[in-house]
Design a protein around this ligand. Structure first.
Ligand code: NAD
Length: 510
């Protein structure tokens, strides 16, 4: 496991701390786990679990810092985001190596994540533009109306393990708009966040504006229930997203909860196959398939099915497993032993139920890394509706099935409990347009296998892939982390002001 009980892996010397009110503090903990390298099994740090009182002190620090931070001029806040962006960019190689070590990605995948992550900060730095309100003059005689996008207070960001830099940086928009935050990284991959918080301190964010607590379920619950928390952004698996969303909104707070996915890729007989196969393979197996936008289920037109199967089998079999620092490695380890066990059990069960294994990654090894959590790319011919087809497996276990029409593919996609993304490969615009309109997913790819929105476009799925109204990133994030206060005003010492407010059509009718 990336996090294992302290007794199993040698206890590392490094013990992680919380970051509260501008200080690194020892954690009043309820226990701990060890963060370890999924490729080598080496213990990297002890991760204590924050008690409720440790969580409470972080939230209080954020609440204390809010008043001054929200009054800090917007250009000053933006300048600090720019400074932070610069420091993250300067540190990208070091951060990439931290991602490689705690998560198992390759160096190029980690750098790719950082590129996207840093774009979050860049987009949040546009806050002088995106936080603008609006004014309309003379909605009645000498009466003006305006709205101001106000920050609300303390926001919480809960991150999953698979993007240790990108997802914790959702806090960028919260902070840029004048809120203060408490970030809780995944207990599997906290080290990248720890380093990014050190860089935030270096960028000059005042004490208490950005806080970090380490923990798991219990910390999330304490944050969800805390009176001083205004809202919470969650990214993780669907079941937990649903629980967290219910809890936070039950406490009458704002919540956006991004969940899991089971993304379908449709390969039509009008696809430019020679150009698409590498893209399909990368969607299926990039980042060891530990991406919410990864293609999981392939629906392939029957007339080209055998050809596509053969090409994908060749691609999958050519992927070399290896550590993230091996430039020839096409795929890294899965996050931990528990995940590996779950994936192997799912393949075993699918096989027992009659599914046909086209590529079998079970039992994979990497020379020199006997303690890594290795699973080779696995491709299974499976029936829609079977467990292996329907259940999210956040690892390199992918399914394929032939279809006779676009309608059959769309019906299969829409039968899924998930609604994150769907992809079509075709060179026919009309077909792509029908697909775009018909699939019940939050994102659509057209000849793009991993249609993840960039920082300035909103991200979020449908059905169990997302709970909430306002999505993540971009202007949606600005709206989520602010409230539009509407002000109606008149001044009796201005022209026409003596008539102000007397218009019965304006005042007194509502
Ligand atoms: P996870 O749901 O196990 O954990 C996410 C966070 O929730 C972690 O910080 C964890 O400490 C916390 N947590 C764990 N158990 C909890 C509980 N019972 N109550 C409250 N909080 C709890 O997810 P993961 O395994 O870290 O990440 C993989 C999942 O995240 C996949 O399902 C993937 O599809 C999803 N994901 C979704 C998106 C998206 O944008 N929709 C992006 C990345 C990952």
């Amino acid at each position: 496991m990336s996090t294992t009980q302290a007794s199993v892996v040698d206890r590392p010397e490094r013990v992680l701390q919380n970051y509260v009110a501008g200080e690194w503090v020892d954690i009043d903990s309820t226990g701990d786990v060890i963060v370890s390298d999924p490729a080598t099994g080496e213990g990297l740090a002890v991760h204590p679990m924050s008690s409720n009182s440790a969580v409470d002190s972080a939230v209080r620090a954020a609440a204390d810092a809010f008043g001054e931070w929200r009054r800090t001029p917007v250009p000053t806040r933006a300048a600090m985001m720019f400074r932070y962006r610069h420091l993250l960019h300067e540190a990208r190689d070091e951060l990439a190596m931290t991602i490689v070590r705690e998560n198992g990605k390759s160096v190029s995948e980690a750098l790719g994540e950082l590129l996207r992550a840093i774009q979050y900060v860049e987009n949040a730095a546009t806050v002088p533009e995106t936080q603008k309100g609006a004014v309309t003059e003379n909605v009645a005689t000498a009466v003006d109306i305006e709205f101001i996008r106000e920050p609300l207070g303390v926001f919480v960001v809960i991150a999953p393990f698979n993007f240790p830099a990108m997802i914790p940086l959702y806090f960028s928009w919260a902070v840029a708009t004048g809120n203060t935050v408490v970030v809780k990284p995944s207990e599997h991959c906290p080290l990248t966040t720890v380093r990014m918080i050190e860089l935030a301190a270096e960028a000059g964010f005042p004490p208490g504006v950005i806080n970090m607590v380490l923990g798991d379920k219990s910390a999330v619950e304490a944050l969800s229930d805390h009176d001083l928390v205004e809202g919470l952004t969650f990214v993780g698996s669907s079941e937990i997203a649903a629980t967290v969303y219910q809890r936070v909104t039950g406490n009458l707070k704002r919540c956006q909860a991004q969940g899991g996915a089971k993304n379908h890729l449709v390969v039509t007989d009008t696809a430019a196959l020679d150009r698409c196969v590498a893209n399909i393979s990368s969607s299926l197996f990039g980042c060891a398939s530990q991406r919410c936008f990864a293609g999981s289920n392939l629906l392939v037109y029957r007339s080209i099915y055998d050809d596509v199967v053969q090409r994908l089998v060749t691609q999958a079999e050519s992927l070399k497993l290896g550590v993230g620092t091996d430039p020839d490695a096409g795929m890294g380890p899965v996050i931990n032993a528990a995940a590996l066990e779950r994936y192997v059990a799912a393949i075993d069960a699918a096989e027992a139920a009659g599914a046909r294994l086209l590529v079998d990654g079970r039992g994979a090894t990497v020379e020199g890394y006997p303690d890594g959590h290795w699973l080779g790319p696995t491709l299974i011919e499976a029936e829609p509706g079977s467990a292996i087809w329907d259940t999210e497996l956040f690892g390199p276990v992918r399914c394929i099935h032939p279809v006779d029409s676009l309608d059959e593919a769309i019906d299969t996609i829409n039968a899924s409990d998930y609604g994150h993304s769907a992809v079509i490969y075709t060179e026919r615009g009309g077909l792509a347009r029908r697909f775009r309109q018909s699939v019940e997913t939050g994102q659509v790819g057209i000849n793009v296998g991993t249609p993840a929105p960039i920082a300035f476009y909103p991200v979020g799925g449908r059905k169990s892939s997302f709970y909430g109204a306002l999505r993540g990133r971009g202007v949606d994030a600005v709206d989520f982390y602010t409230d539009k206060k509407v002000v109606v005003s008149t001044w009796h010492d201005t022209d026409g002001g003596d008539q102000a407010g007397v218009d019965p059509a304006f005042e007194g009718t509502v």
